[in-house]
Design a protein around this ligand. Structure first.
Ligand code: GLU
Length: 319
């Protein structure tokens, strides 16, 4: 039997902060505990949002924390042809179509309802309209994006952490973009192509991506890879006192910023460990010391709130 495999898949759109470091620690602990192989994949396709050298900083921050991996880093930007081939296949099989609608037009479409993630459900304006991306460009007057046609069905999956979920994909999510108008592969497509080709069996990530999962399962099936759908595990995010996902407005929670202020990795690790449900004294020496004590069922089921006391505790020198 093939050895299970998971991945750390950071986007170099910014530095590693307490929130994503905590998800990576949980991912790492689960992998090491179960003897899964781990790879590091840098998801650097989101052109304008990618920050220069953020990939190196991410690698440095993960190492500083004491996390490691067996393979990689693998860069998505080196794999463009592989994604393009998958999109060509979906177009050829009638599973996807070119779309020239701008974001504004989609939002303005009077009847467009809102999806589970608050974005507008695409009303299908360009579905069955153009027979190729070239004709969409010619007739629509704009470089087209490519959308996946979801059809009327429901997708159900059982998450390792948060149980069974069912999505009525057409009504709740709608046809979604798999290639942007600038020809960059979209996240949903790249992640499925990679996870499938790299034989990823277990995906651990923040629950902000829970509603990406039915889209990704659809893509697996459409690409003839339905038997390779991984087991998903979505963990609640770290939020600020206002209940919103940890971000700049909550202060500088970048690992590199704490390091510069003299915080030891052991101290930081202890806070992240507590957020993973491991009772920790003042410091945790190394991630390897936490492996035997981690239990997925002890991970809090609600978002973790990063409080001013946590910040003060991080900055205090342990006695
Ligand atoms: N690169 C994505 C992120 O940083 C994670 C994607 C995934 O785990 O599927 O949010």
């Amino acid at each position: 039997m093939m050895r299970p495999l998971t991945r750390l898949a950071p986007s170099p759109t910014g530095a590693l902060h307490l929130g994503n470091a905590r998800t990576f620690l949980a991912n790492w602990l689960l992998a090491r505990q179960n003897g899964w192989k781990m790879l590091l994949r840098i998801e650097d396709l989101d052109g304008p949002r990618i920050k220069r050298a953020a990939d190196q900083q991410l690698v440095e921050d993960l190492r500083w924390l004491g996390l490691d991996w067996d393979e990689g880093p693998i860069y998505q930007s080196n794999r463009l042809e592989i994604y393009q081939a998958a999109v060509q296949q979906l177009l050829k099989d009638g599973m996807a179509y070119p779309c020239v609608c701008s974001r504004k037009e989609v939002e303005l479409a009077a009847s467009a309802p809102h999806s589970v993630d608050g974005a507008t459900v695409y009303p299908g304006t360009c579905r069955d309209k153009y027979d190729s991306p070239e004709s969409a460009l010619r007739l629509g007057g704009r470089a087209p994006a490519i959308r996946f046609h979801v059809r009327d069905q429901s997708i159900q999956f059982t998450d390792r952490f948060c149980g069974t979920h069912r999505f009525d994909v057409q009504r709740q999510l709608g046809d979604f973009v798999i290639t942007k108008a600038d020809r960059t592969p979209a996240y949903q497509l790249a992640v499925v192509v990679d996870d499938a080709e790299m034989n990823v069996t277990d995906v651990i990530r923040g629950d902000d991506l829970l509603d990406s999962t039915p889209r990704q399962i659809l893509l697996y099936r459409a690409l003839g890879l339905g038997a390779s759908v991984p087991t998903y595990c979505h963990l609640p995010l770290v939020v600020g006192m206002d209940g919103r996902r940890l971000a700049k407005r909550h202060g500088d929670t970048r690992l590199s910023a704490y390091r510069e202020r003299g915080v030891r990795p052991e101290r930081l690790l202890a806070l992240l460990a507590r957020w993973c449900g491991i009772e920790c004294a003042d410091q945790a020496s190394r991630p390897t010391d936490l492996v035997a004590r981690f239990r997925l069922e002890d991970v809090p089921g609600n978002p973790i709130i990063f409080r001013p006391e946590d910040e003060a505790w991080l900055m205090a020198v342990p006695q």
